[in-house]
Design a protein around this ligand. Sequence first.
Ligand code: XMP
Length: 513
Amino acid sequence: MGIKNESILIMDFGGQYSQLIARRVRECNVYCELKSYKMTADEIKKAGYKGIIFTGGPNSTYDENAPKCDPKVFELGIPVLGICYGAQLMAQTLGGKVKSSDVKEYGKTEIEVNPSSLLFHAAKPNNVCWMSHTDFIAEVPHGFKITAISADCPVVAMEDIKRNLYAMQFHPEVQHTNEGMLYLKNFLYNACCCTAEWQMSSFVTDTIRDLKDKIGDKKVLCALSGGVDSSVAALLVHKAVGKQLTCIFVDHGLLRKDEGDQVESVFKQQFDMNLIRVNAKDRFLSKLVGVSDPERKRKIIGEEFIRVFEEESQKLGKIEYLCQGTIYPDVVESGVGESAVIKSHHNVGGLPEDVGFEGIIEPLRDLFKDEVRRAGLELGIPEFLVWRQPFPGPGLAIRIMGDITEEKLALLKDADAIMREEFAANGLDRQVNQYFAVLTGIKSVGVMGDGRTYDNTIALRAVTTSDFMTADWARVPYDVLEKISNRMINEVPNVNRVVYDITSKPPATIEWE
Ligand code: XMP
């Protein structure tokens, strides 16, 4: 028995919150999959879903090219919950009326719900939700009851308990909807009769068992970067087949202070893994001599990484499988859902497809990032690795403006370590999503003691973001900034000025290069 006996289908109509809906369902300990709205009723029936959620979407149901579901979906007897556009589509398809309003209802809205309905069972009668719509349901289809209203919207929610169909105009998945999780749980547990079986502990046990079956006595290779995804993927395989897995950790010398040693010690000492660390710093630095252009730096590092990896793997003889840390958002973003996002960066660990393996092993293909972290904790990976902030493949090379030298690298490593220490000491390391120091390449005049200096400027970058596509600069307390600045000037030679970057993304990017 696997742990995916119960699965919910999220039908994506192109809404900006589609992935968030899926994450929320998983938070309710129910497995779900995000698929295109084009999936037919037959396909859905075959897949055996226990419930269906229609997402929002940017269209009006009256648009010529509005995405429509297979109308037979409503006849399957599987509970359906329509959200926003999905609610309107349900109303229109089943004979109700959807109208366009002159005023857009947007943002926090007060609603009145009926707590004796299924969806709002045990909910507060008056509450706040998050709306974002112009069209609204003006008339419910035959058999439906109105279960929530607002001052401007006659049908905020509706349900037909006999056919197990539910709809809400607002977004239960966003934080601003106070009791959104309760409404979702009511749908999942009471309408779909799901039992909250999706737990990371069972995911780990089941995955290890499945990997054992799949791999048998064959060999597996993994490129370990020390990032959370590749670490968790590798450890799952290691728990399944032990020394049949070999990990190659290419240390390009552009990692943060002590990071290479920490990664090696966790996987070699704590987990007794077959880990080959390739110390290739000189090789990378010699290729980078005199190179200032950011894209050239990225390209050189990416190509060199593949070369080193190939050379090392060839020494190991025949290996059947390659293990990769692909996670669910990568799968969705490569075109499974409707809200395809164009990825702006190729990870430097990305290997060419044709590297002569029989197959690829991707144990995290179904997991969101927060689930990967929970699986990592289940497996006993230390917290500093599980909560590691994202780190770009080209490493510190794109945080040193201009060309890269040993001296500049050493200076930036020391400065960055101080920033990380102070963020951790002040509890900012979990609140701020990414933070680091940049060697700006600017020299400026200062005065230290009685002497004039002409030295380096360090910039501090710290951002809050949920998806790294947009970001805001973090409001770091002044006293923390002050401490970091003082320490950098006093402890890092050749630094005489520290500045704080207060640009959001867009217009800036998170990294400086
Ligand atoms: P930007 O700078 O574009 O970065 O706002 C967004 C996120 O991506 C990371 N990043 C990279 N990751 N290879 C990577 O694997 C790269 O070349 C790369 N460049 C940026 C960046 O750290 C941030 O989290």
